[in-house]
Design a protein around this ligand. Structure first.
Ligand SMILES: Cc1ncc(COP(=O)(O)O)c(C=O)c1O
Length: 486
């Protein structure tokens, strides 16, 4: 793709051309609208490995796996075989009537993957369902333990935890909440600020550089403490957050010490910690569970954990709620049953698919690949785009990287939301450079701020990482009107 770039010696910022009415109509409807294909989305013929093959036109390099879903890439015969094999034995069994081998094997595998820290597993279909279930299980746990006043949840601004009313109530995503606010239960869902080092670190008093992780984290924790104090510590059921914030902020990892400090506040006040690993979990950051840390980050064990997306890698609609020792222990000791059940909970075909995906990740040592290629992806993105005047920040880890666009790099001023900058990059990338990235808005707060996310499958090679970066950089340069030569 290198030849797609023409070179220029003078880098410069430019203003974006105004959107045409056609752009706006198309964009507003492209994501998830049932009539979207009529509005310009390509019709898909097949998908294989790292590529999508539309009916018309050339193949598209998949740099985001949909929404961080296709962690193994597309068309894996081993996974399809496992699904087929399950389909030929039985396709469905109610969790209320039977135990099934795939569900048991998968649950055992998941529990083992946490070294027994998580002790129970509920298999579901979507991320929203698992968050909904986590909120409900937290409430029920406090009824079992005679703490009925604990009905408040503390989450963060600029967060997304799902589309159902409970999971959306806990979310702080302005645009996704807006039409539904009358049903979003403000009495029980409270928010503190996001934890976004790029936008929130204060300058040092001495005037050189920014505050350290330790002082930044201390400010954040003080805010959480104040929220507990305001609500009354014995009214708080749980704190809910993503260890690495996905779609709402664009792949922002928690700074060192933040998760442990939040955990300590929860423990001090007897509240649960619910970690939403729907997007960042199941290997995406280079460890199986994001809370396991790695490198300089210590493990921080949650009480309840939601996983989805990479859980079944898109081969089936699969998700799971993992229950830690504190809650599971009460359930075991007191013979309690969670008052919650979906018809398709613990679906054997979903479990067979997830098990096949997870075993492949394990067998092929893909978490190591995620770490190695993740380093490369981050380095190349920074080398190629770090100097661009409209690229404010590049952050992430593993196969989970975000690029945030700004109007002014010095002040970090975001673009006007109506310009749809991230969406333009997404569209240009897919239409002209045949690479699919995920885009989002709102990372700068109040619905402002544009980012794209690069989240390839764990089987990625160094060559494909280079290809992705080159194509994405070309799209960015194209959108901002001129090539940028680093
Ligand atoms: C962090 C997070 N939580 C929850 C959800 C909801 O998951 P689903 O769309 O599968 O219901 C999402 C979806 O993108 C997510 O990114």
């Amino acid at each position: 793709m290198g030849q797609l770039l023409s070179k220029s010696s003078k880098p410069a910022r430019r203003t974006l051309p105004h959107k045409t009415e056609g752009d706006i109509t198309d964009s507003a409807s492209d994501l998830g609208h049932p009539t979207a294909p009529a509005l310009g989305l390509p019709v898909l013929k097949k998908a294989k490995g790292h590529y999508w093959y539309p009916v018309d036109g050339p193949k598209i390099l998949d740099a985001c796996g949909g929404a961080a879903v296709a962690c193994l890439g597309h068309g894996r015969r081993d996974v399809v075989k496992a699904i087929n094999s399950q389909l030929t034995q039985y396709t469905y069994a109610s969790y209320a009537h039977f135990k099934t081998t795939p569900v048991q094997e998968l649950s055992d595998w998941l529990i083992k993957s946490t070294d027994g820290k998580m002790q129970k597993v509920y298999i579901m279909s979507s991320g929203s369902e698992t968050i909904e279930a986590a909120l409900k299980l937290a409430l029920e746990y406090f009824l079992w333990t005679a703490q009925p006043t604990r009905t408040n949840f503390i989450a963060r601004e600029q967060s997304y935890h799902g589309t159902t009313l409970g999971s959306l109530s806990v979310s702080g995503h302005v645009a996704r909440r807006a039409p539904f606010t009358p049903l979003l239960q403000p009495a029980h869902f409270h928010r503190i600020s996001a934890c976004n080092p790029y936008r929130q670190r204060l300058p040092c008093a001495a005037g050189d550089g920014e505050e350290t992780d330790a002082s930044f984290v201390a400010r954040k924790v003080a805010e959480l403490e104040a929220a507990f104090a305001r609500l009354g510590p014995d009214t708080v059921a749980a704190v809910v957050l993503e260890p690495v914030v996905g779609a709402a902020l664009g792949c922002v990892p928690a700074p060192r010490g933040y998760l442990a400090a939040v955990r300590a506040v929860c423990d001090r006040h007897g509240a649960l910690l619910i970690l939403d690993e729907v997007m960042c979990g199941m290997g995406r950051t280079g460890v199986l569970h994001a809370w396991q840390g790695g490198g300089e980050d210590a493990a921080v064990v949650p009480d309840l954990q939601a996983v989805a997306k990479g859980f079944a890698g898109g081969y089936q609609p699969g998700s799971a709620l993992l229950v830690g020792g504190r809650v599971a222990g009460v359930m075991e000791r007191e013979g309690r049953t969670f008052t919650h059940g979906h018809t398709y909970q613990n679906h054997p075909v979903v479990a067979a698919a997830a098990l096949a995906v997870q075993r492949a990740v394990e067998r092929e040592g893909l978490l190591g690949n995620v770490r190695v290629q993740g380093e490369l992806l981050g380095r190349l993105l920074r080398e190629r785009l770090g100097g661009h005047p409209n690229v404010g920040d590049i952050r992430g880890k593993g196969m989970f990287w975000g690029v945030e666009f700004v109007k002014d790099k010095g002040t970090k001023e975001p673009f006007q939301p109506g310009l749809g900058v991230a969406e333009r990059v997404h569209k240009t990338a897919v239409r002209e450079f045949k690479v699919l990235v995920y885009h989002g808005q709102g990372c700068a707060g109040n619905g402002r701020g544009d980012h794209i996310m690069i989240m390839p499958a764990y089987t990625i090679t160094a060559k494909l990482v280079e290809e992705i970066v080159e194509r994405v950089a070309s799209a960015v340069e194209e959108v901002f009107g001129r090539p940028w030569v680093v």
